[in-house]
Structures are given as C-alpha cells and as structure tokens.
Design a protein around this ligand. Structure first.
Ligand code: F6R
Length: 613
C-alpha cells in the first residue's frame, strides 16, 4: 500500500527521502514522488513505476549543489486507488497556488463533493485523485497559518488519512496528521523523520512517536508538537524501536521471502519464549489479561482476520474447540464488519493481523468493541493500530516481515493461538497431562521447523516438476484443511499458478471435474486423525490421472507409497503438525515461483499492508 516519508534536518533531504522510500518498497506500490523546499519554492519530482525511476528523474532535474542544499521534503509511494498509476496521479500533489505540497495515505470518501465545491470557487485539478482535492482544500483554508489550515481542512474530510504537508510560505516545518492510516515520527538528533512505517526511520533514529487518530503534529528540526484537530495539545509517549536496520535487509538470501522462511525457527523461538509453563502444562500470556474467572465465563471465541491471518484463525478454531471445549468460529473481517454480527460480553474476539493495519480487521475490531465483546489482538507490528485499539493481546515477536507473502507471521500466529487455546483449555477442562504433552510439542516447534528447512534442496528439486501446470489443488482434513488453503494461497500469489485449497472430502462434490492427466494435487496426509480418509481421496485423484505430492509424517512409508512425490515432516501433536507442514508448502511455492522467474517479494497487484476496504 502507499507509503509516506518526510524529512526535516541538516542532511541532503532528497537522498534521505529516496532511502526512506526504498525501505517502504516492500509494501507494494506503482508510482513514487517527492517534493522539496528550495528557498521560497517547492520543487517536485515524480515517476510512474519504481523508486529507481524516481531517483533517475531527480538526477535529470537537479544537480549536486541542489541536492546538498535541500534539507526539507516529503515523499510517497502510491498504490493506485483513484486513477491509474501515472505520473500525474502520483503524489505529492500541490494546492491551487503551488505553494503547498501534500502526500496522503488512505481515502477521502467525500472528495467528489469537496472537488465540486472547490471547482465552483475556481480551482483547477490536474489529476483524478482524492489527494489533490485535499491539497487544494488545505490551500483554500490557509489564511497564513498552515497548521490551522490543515486542522480546518481535516474537519471537512470524511474517510481515512495519514498525511504530510509542506508549505513554501512556512519553511522549517512539516505538518503530519492521521485518521485511520498510520503515521510515526522519528525524533532524531537535529532531524525529524515522518513515515507511515517505522522501518523508514531506522536509518536515522530508534526514538519514535506514534500518532493516534485525529492527532496533528507540527514537526520541526528540533522535535514535535502534537495537538488534536481542535488545536488542543496532547501528549504522546516516545517509544524505542527494537528492530535493527539489518533486520530489514535480505541478509544474503535471494529474496526476503526465502530469508523469512529460514528465519522461522528463530521467530518461533521468540514467539514461544517465556510463554509456556512446562510445570502446569499451560501457557503464560500476560497480554491476554483475563482472570481465570473471566476465562470460565467465556462462551465463545470468534477469530477474525483476512487472507493468511484468516487461515491461521481457522487452525485456531480447531484448537479452541478441541482443547478448550469452547464454541469457536472464524469470520472474515470484511464480512464481520457489515453483517451486524451477534456478539456479546461473553464472547472473546481475537483479531489476527501481521501488520496490525488491515482496514477490514480494524473495522471489525471496532464493531466487536462496540458490541461489548472481550476483544484482543494478535499482531506482529508493535504499536500498530489494531494492537493499540484492542489494548490487550499478544505480540508475535516474529520480527519485520518484508516479503508481501506472509510466512513467518503465519507460523507464529498459529503457535501463539495454540498457546492461547492451551491457556483457556487449562482453565476449563484439559488435564495437566494432556496440557503438558501439548506444551512440550509447542516448545519443540523451532526444531520441528528446522527439520523441514533442512530438506530445502529436496523440495527445490521436486518443484522442478510442478512449474508448467496452469492449475493445482491442495487438499486436507481437520487442522490440515486450513493448511491446504494457505498452501494454495502461497502458490497462487507468488507463482501465478491458479491454485485452490479444498477440504479433501469436497473434491468429489465438484472440483474433481477439473482433474486431468498430470494435474497437481498436493495432499496434506500427515498421520493425524482423518489421514486414512485423505489417502482415500488421494486414490480418487490418482485414478483420474492427477500427479500427487504428499506431505506425510516421517516414517509413514505406507502413506508415502500412495504418492507420486512426497515431503516428510516430523511427527508431533496434530495441531502442532500444521506448522512444519505449512513450512514445507512455503518452500515448495517459493521454488516453483523462482523457477518460473516471478517477482517473488512483490507479486503483481499485491500490497503488504491492505489499508483500504
Ligand atoms: C498473503 C498475505 C495476506 C495477508 C492479509 C492480511 O500472503 O500476506 O493475505 O495475510 O492481507 O494482512 P494482515 O495479517 O497484515 O492483517
């Protein structure tokens, strides 16, 4: 999705801005631009396509002297919503006078009305964007005080925004504001940096301030003054970033996705560390914040999320019902928010989101809170909006996930959900003995995952035979059903092979009609309850000429013999087994996509953080 960077300090601002934009490339975008202050003028450079094209454009436009004297600017990567990804639609946008520049993430929902009103006053627009309308509106409100003008304009806006604004009439300041789209401000030594994502700030400072909704900040070289939209001062804490700059680098791997697959052992250790009670056979998750009494009173667990996070929720559904004997259900966040869900104060709603910024999940959180549910979150990005709005929950500690396709966040989500279910289960019906058995297997997850990663060469070799197909099917039962869904999502999003995940029993209700000689069927046939029935379904597929790749349990040669190809994953608790199984599928998808020459870290049309509905 779109990304914002702003810089005010003593250094060469265009270079700092380009460097910041590069850090945001992983979010997915299709054009980029920047605006800088040169004395009493605003200079703009924009390009459709990549940040490297923008950098080339700045070199064409400006000489080294210019670069050296410019110390203030704002920049943007745009993921097109209103109007195609052209240079003219790229941000920054200027107001009517050309003295004010704006970059914006989010959507101005009432931009058509605002535009007509401004056109009636003589404003001319060059782009199709909602953002240009906001730039003009700020200019229209500007009576000599930019801060007040931004406040006045934002009062008229419906929708979401994270913005940074610059005026040639008031150099030495950038105004930033947010509603529904994150803004974080780095407070450096003689410099301040604004961004929509902390990773763009790391090169300058670890000290950051996260804006809350309806905060507006006056950012100068010396620091930040934050107020609400009525110009009343508010206090926001300075937080310390814990991620390192090198964590945002590829670390010698060909792609971030591969690096993140390999990091899973460590990420899972971080997610699990200190959270298991191997004496009591339970888990210790302070962030859940529920007393044993509260836990006993819960009557339902509702898991909400989108995409991969939704699939993690589906594994969680099995875990909560199976272990804690509590009714659990998964709902797509986008559906939940609009269906007027039946939710009450005995419901535990768990919002699952790697980024913590997904618009639909955030809206679902607000709806669940409104209806009085006990809401908590499971996020990776510390300080993200969903984490802050839920106020309680558990962080994944998976480290930054840069590749658009989620890998380590998924496995950490599942591990944390298992620990949450274990905690709930021990407060209800699960015996210490059964709790201990599960806790031991959860503690072994990092090693189980490592055993799969060690088979990468074998999996890469297998992948060679699966690169030419147009379609693939993934099947599984029980907790392996969501793994089949996640495997299919991984393959389709990075290799562009059409892939579908089905419950193994569902194939014969329709999709089996698509099987032909050589159609790949990837069967999650680990040795867990239901395996024999899955193998029966495998036989049905083989009888129709499908080529079967089985994910089977180590030592289960009988199952392996039913497959054309197989990957063995370690034996463990059926719920825990979902994690090594999905790692095998992540590696498989990665190598198929690599052999097909795909742009793995930034697949076409996709964005890392989906902040629009
Ligand atoms: C797929 C993927 C997406 C995300 C989804 C939700 O690999 O990453 O399906 O899972 O966009 O994102 P978060 O978890 O940030 O809410």
């Amino acid at each position: 999705m779109c990304g914002i960077v702003g810089y005010i300090g003593k250094a060469n601002a265009p270079s700092a801005l380009i460097r910041g934009l590069r850090r945001l490339e992983y979010r997915g975008y299709d054009s980029a631009g920047l605006a800088v202050l040169d004395g009493g003028r605003i200079e703009v450079a924009k390009a459709a396509g990549k940040v490297s094209s923008l950098q080339d454009r700045t070199r064409e436009l400006w000489d080294q002297d210019f670069f050296n004297r410019i110390t203030t600017g704002i920049a943007h990567t745009r993921w097109a919503t209103h109007g195609p990804p052209t240079e003219v639609n790229a941000h920054p946008h200027l107001d009517q006078s050309g003295d004010i520049a704006l970059v914006h993430n989010g959507i101005i929902e009432n931009y058509r009305n605002l535009r007509s009103r401004l056109e009636a006053k003589g404003h001319h627009f060059h782009s199709e964007t909602d953002t240009e309308v906001l730039a003009h509106l700020i200019g229209d409100c500007d009576k000599g005080d930019l801060f007040q003008a931004v406040c006045d304009a934002l009062h008229q806006v419906e929708g979401t925004f994270g913005i940074a604004v610059l005026s040639s009439r008031e150099p030495g300041k950038i105004i930033a504001a947010r509603r529904g789209s994150p803004i974080v401000i780095g407070v450096g030594d003689g410099e301040s940096i604004i961004s929509s994502d902390a990773s763009a700030i790391l090169a300058h400072t670890q000290r950051v301030i996260y804006l809350d909704d309806n905060d507006i900040a006056l950012v100068t070289i010396d620091g930040v003054d934050i107020r609400d939209l009525n110009n009343v001062p508010v206090t926001r804490e300075v937080a310390e970033l814990t991620m390192s700059e090198s964590a945002a680098e590829k670390g010698g791997f060909e792609h971030f996705m591969l690096k993140e697959i390999h990091e899973q052992s460590e990420a899972l250790s971080n997610a699990i560390r200190g959270r298991l009670d191997l004496e009591a056979g339970s888990s210790v998750l302070a962030g859940m914040g529920t007393s044993p009494r509260d836990l006993a009173e819960l009557t339902r667990v509702v898991l909400i999320g989108c995409g991969t996070s939704l699939h993690a929720g589906l594994v969680g559904e099995y875990a909560f019902e199976d272990l804690a004997d509590i009714h659990a259900e998964v709902q797509q966040a986008a559906e939940f928010r609009y269906r007027n869900p039946i939710i009450g104060n005995c419901d535990l709603v768990i919002a699952i989101s790697q980024s913590g910024e997904t618009a639909d999940t955030l809206a679902a959180v607000r709806e669940a809170k409104q209806k009085g549910a006990f809401v908590m979150s499971l996020c990776n990005v510390v300080g993200s909006t969903i984490a802050r709005e839920t106020g309680r929950g558990v962080y994944l500690h998976a480290g930054p996930e840069i590749s658009v396709a989620s890998t380590k966040a998924f496995t950490c989500q599942v591990a944390v959900l298992l620990m949450m279910a274990l905690r709930l289960a021990r407060g209800r019906r699960l015996s210490r003995e059964d709790g201990l058995a599960l806790a031991k297997d959860i503690s072994a997850i990092p090693q189980l995952v490592q055993k799969v990663i060690q088979q990468e060469a074998h999996i890469a070799e297998l992948a060679k035979d699966y690169t030419k197909n147009d379609h693939a099917f993934f099947i599984g039962r029980g907790p392996m059903y969501p793994v089949a869904l996640e495997g299919a999502l991984k393959l389709k999003e990075i290799s562009y092979i059409h892939a579908e995940g089905y419950h193994a029993a569902e194939l014969k209700h329709g999709p089996i009609a698509l099987l032909e000689k050589g159609t790949p069927v990837i069967a999650l046939a680990c040795d867990i309850p239901g395996k024999d029935k899955t193998i029966g379904n495998v036989e049905e597929c083989r009888a129709r000429g499908a080529r079967i790749l089985g994910i089977v349990t180590e030592g289960d040669q009988e199952a392996a013999d039913c497959m054309d190809d197989y990957i063995m994953v370690p034996r463990c608790h059926p719920l825990v087994a979902t994690i090594p199984a999905v790692v095998a599928l992540q590696l498989f998808s990665y190598h198929v996509a690599r052999l097909r020459g795909c742009e793995i870290d930034q697949p076409r049309n996709l964005a890392k953080s989906v902040t629009v509905e």
